[in-house]
Design a protein around this ligand. Structure first.
Ligand code: CTP
Ligand code: CA
Length: 226
């Protein structure tokens, strides 16, 4: 007999999640990267699928397995991530958990840069597109609920409030990633939820999987009101 489950709280919803770091090539053997294990973003994608959503996970290079039942689009650079996000739209919910490189080398050298005994080569950088801001500020086809993340090492809530306003997203999930906390690469996370209306919630320290499930529950409740 077919096993049927009751429809989850995100049944019929399209969800896109970004996760992991980006790699910005310097030359064929070197890149600039952010620190990110992808664990929190992948946990959100898994929880959204579990809740019945049709999920697309857009991930930079990570060393963790794909979440069960979630198609994964693999990218390397911020520009590739933005293109993959555009291709995954429309969506009801978009969650930007990736640690996107803010800058990339101005030029990618086609050959390996060699030590030539002189001074180290200069590394000129240019700014990457801001994927979260781009999607938050879309005039057509904007997802109903756009969620940003903020990884901060100090004055977490001040920076997060400013970021929420600057990006134009609906909700911001802020986490303290100062090295002493062990959030980076670790299995647990302490998050603060900031709403556009000024609402602030601080959650207890929880496993990233549990944070993912609770966030998805919250997103589903917010979407149900729209
Ligand atoms: N983000 C993005 N594209 C970028 C940079 C950031 O989509 N080029 C998203 C991240 O995925 C996250 C949010 O924006 O959801 C905040 O990222 P963060 O690095 O904390 O913010 P920035 O605006 O880059 O500010 P800064 O790094 O200077 O704190
Ligand atoms: Ca950044």
């Amino acid at each position: 007999a077919m096993l049927t489950r009751p429809p989850g709280p995100l049944a019929g919803r399209r969800v896109l999640v970004t996760s992991g770091p980006t790699h910005e090539p310097i030359d064929p053997v070197r890149y600039l990267a952010n620190r990110s294990s992808g664990r929190q973003g992948h946990a959100i994608a898994a929880a959204a699928a579990e809740a019945g959503a049709e999920v697309t996970l857009i991930s930079g290079p990570v060393a963790i397995p794909d979440p069960a039942g979630v198609p994964v689009v693999r990218v390397e650079t911020a520009r590739e991530m933005l293109e993959a996000v555009r291709a995954a739209l429309p969506a009801d919910l978009a969650v930007f958990a990736a640690a996107v490189g803010d800058w990339r080398p101005a030029a990618e050298q086609g050959h390996k840069i060699k030590k030539d005994g002189a001074a180290p080569p200069p590394l000129a950088l240019v700014e990457n597109p801001d994927i979260l801001a781009t999607v938050s500020q879309m005039s057509e086809g904007r997802p109903t609920l756009v969620v940003g993340f903020a990884a901060e090492t100090d004055r977490v809530l001040d920076h997060a409030r400013a970021k929420l306003a600057r990006k134009g997203c609906d909700l911001l999930v802020a986490n303290d990633v100062s090295p002493a906390g062990g959030v980076m690469g670790g299995a647990r996370n302490t998050v603060h939820l900031l709403g556009r209306d000024g609402a602030l919630e601080t959650w207890p320290t929880l496993a990233k999987d549990e944070v993912g499930r609770r966030l998805v529950e919250r997103f589903a409740a917010l979407l149900a009101r729209t």
